[in-house]
Design a protein around this ligand. Structure first.
Ligand code: ZN
Length: 136
């Protein structure tokens, strides 16, 4: 088994945003020369996340962010964290720091409508994404 790990940067432009990073992940997978195995896409930040969801209709990421914003109000009373971004920390943990995708015969096993998203919850910032490809 071989392991290849690479990073790339994502610049975000608003406080909360979902950015389709499927093409960047596919490019790292292609360059790795690994045809079958597993790919982990990891976000090394505490106020951002990685998720897989529909990338065909831009209304879907919009509605996910709308829902998270309603579930996690920015100005909720009772927050103790002095940075004032507790809603972003909560969203990061709810959505999760990583996703795992199956790699088979040179292709990521994603559904027709699925894409991999970097989720920003406390932007705009310059972020990093780590991709590890394991297999043969
Ligand atoms: Zn914080």
């Amino acid at each position: 088994m071989r392991v290849v790990q690479k990073e790339f940067r994502v610049g975000t432009h608003s406080r909360s945003e979902m950015i389709d990073i499927t093409a960047q992940v596919q490019s790292i997978v292609r360059d790795s020369g690994i045809a079958s195995g597993q790919v982990v896409v990891f976000c090394p930040h505490t106020t951002a996340a990685i998720t897989i969801n529909e990338n065909a209709d831009p209304a879907v990421p919009h509605d996910i962010l709308l829902t998270l914003n309603e579930l996690l109000p920015h100005d909720r009373s009772g927050y103790r964290h002095s940075e004032g971004n507790s809603d972003a920390h909560c969203a990061s943990s709810l959505v999760g720091a990583s996703e795992q995708v199956l790699l088979y015969n040179g292709r990521l096993t994603l559904g027709t409508w699925q894409g991999i998203f970097f989720c920003e919850f406390d932007g705009p910032r310059n972020r990093k994404v780590v991709v590890q490809v394991c297999g043969e």
